[in-house]
Design a binder for this molecule. Structure first.
Ligand code: EPU
Length: 337
């Protein structure tokens, strides 16, 4: 286990680039180190949170407790069969390094999730998804330390209670469990999933739909649409796409014929928050040091030196306008700390 660091600047540790400080920070490699930490009599604070890649958080104040940061980066093959390979990956691995490793080995299942920023340990928390694939489709189990009991527990895919940008770790176990590793079940054969948006056309430009080409196509689309946090602070989609009753979507489509919808079953329909925000006139808007990205209205940006509260104020204005115009509530996807 590393040593405590004090008054650590969090600016470099959050993709929004918001300046804030953590009173204490401690790195951990695995569950044993976490247990040792939580048993320490000289803990500087009982408060803790985990920041890994910091790609899905908005900091609105200094953090007065201990920020725990995962550093375990092992990736191991547990077994390989004819159709499937099982791999165990520690929480501190960069998500996209894991995707690149899978593609290089010819294992399919995560290529559509190329270039999503963040660490492997954070992927199940919000069930990351892009281009028609969600990580829940390849998660076999998740290992997490339960803080109450200091016991490591393995959650099967069903026990993770995955939903659209949801899991048990965001809900019942929020603030009570720390993910230390994820076991994935990947296919050893390719099964391209090119149905979403312009992915098929982008892949065809590169040739056959090999894993490498799908990965390159996803990367090209993401680079085109999403701002690079190194150049402009952001946390990807700031809001979740709202899920509404089919009747609500039907009524809206009477008025807005070209409104995109994605049926999710059981009479429910997902609307595109980006489209709603765009139609409400917010795409490309600038409010002092914050704004709305000009190519993807779902992404709020720090134009330089913004505070978390400035981003929140903008978010509230947008929520208000979207609700006024469409009668639909949109909720943040990022964690507000
Ligand atoms: N749209 C607009 N204007 C905009 C943005 C979008 O009209 O400013 C329209 C698009 O033309 C399209 C629809 O809205 O018809 C959906 O847009 P897009 O395909 O860009 O996807 P999204 O629903 O806005 C979701 C994820 C992204 C993911 C993309 C691609 C959420 C909250 N976001 O965005 O994930 O990359 O699909 O699969 O589900 C993230 O979570 O941080 C993230 C970037």
């Amino acid at each position: 286990m590393g040593e405590f660091r004090y008054n650590v600047p969090l600016g470099p540790m959050n993709s929004f680039g918001i300046d804030a400080t953590a009173k204490y920070m401690l790195e951990f490699e695995n569950s044993d180190e976490l247990v040792a930490y939580f048993k320490r009599p000289d803990k500087p604070s009982d408060r803790w949170t985990v920041i890994s890649g910091g790609n899905n958080i908005l900091l609105t104040r200094d953090y007065e407790g201990v920020v725990l940061h995962p550093t375990g980066r092992r990736m191991e093959v547990l077994g390989e069969g004819k159709d499937m390979v099982r791999v165990r990956v520690e929480a501190g691995v960069e998500w996209d390094d894991f995707v690149a490793w899978c593609v290089a080995h010819g294992w399919s299942g995560v290529e559509n999730l190329s270039l999503i920023p963040g660490y492997v340990g954070a992927a199940p928390v919000q069930n990351i998804g892009a281009y028609g694939v969600e990580v829940k489709e390849v998660v076999e189990s998740v290992e997490a330390l339960i803080i109450d009991t200091l016991e490591s527990q393995r959650f099967s895919n069903a026990e993770c209670k995955f939903g659209y940008r949801e899991s048990v770790f965001k809900n019942r176990l929020r603030g009570q469990a720390i993910i230390t590793a994820v076991t994935f079940a990947l296919r050893t054969y390719s099964e391209p999933r090119l149905g979403y948006g312009d992915l098929k056309a982008e892949t065809q430009k590169l040739g056959e739909p090999t894993l490498e080409n799908i990965r390159r196509a996803v990367i090209a689309i993401r680079r085109r649409k999403l701002p690079d946090p190194k150049e402009m602070g952001n946390a990807g989609s700031f809001f979740k796409n709202p899920v509404v009753d089919q009747t609500v979507a039907d009524a809206l489509q009477m008025e807005y014929e070209n409104m995109p919808i994605y049926p999710v079953g059981k009479g429910r329909v997902k609307l595109a928050a980006g489209w709603l925000i765009d139609q409400a006139g917010w795409r490309g808007a600038v409010r002092g040091r914050v704004g709305v990205h000009e190519r993807q209205a779902l992404v709020l940006v720090n134009r330089g030196g913004a505070t978390g509260d400035e981003v929140l104020d903008l978010a509230r204005e947008i929520q208000h306008d979207v609700e006024q115009k469409f009668g639909v509530k949109i909720e943040p996807e990022v964690n507000i700390l």
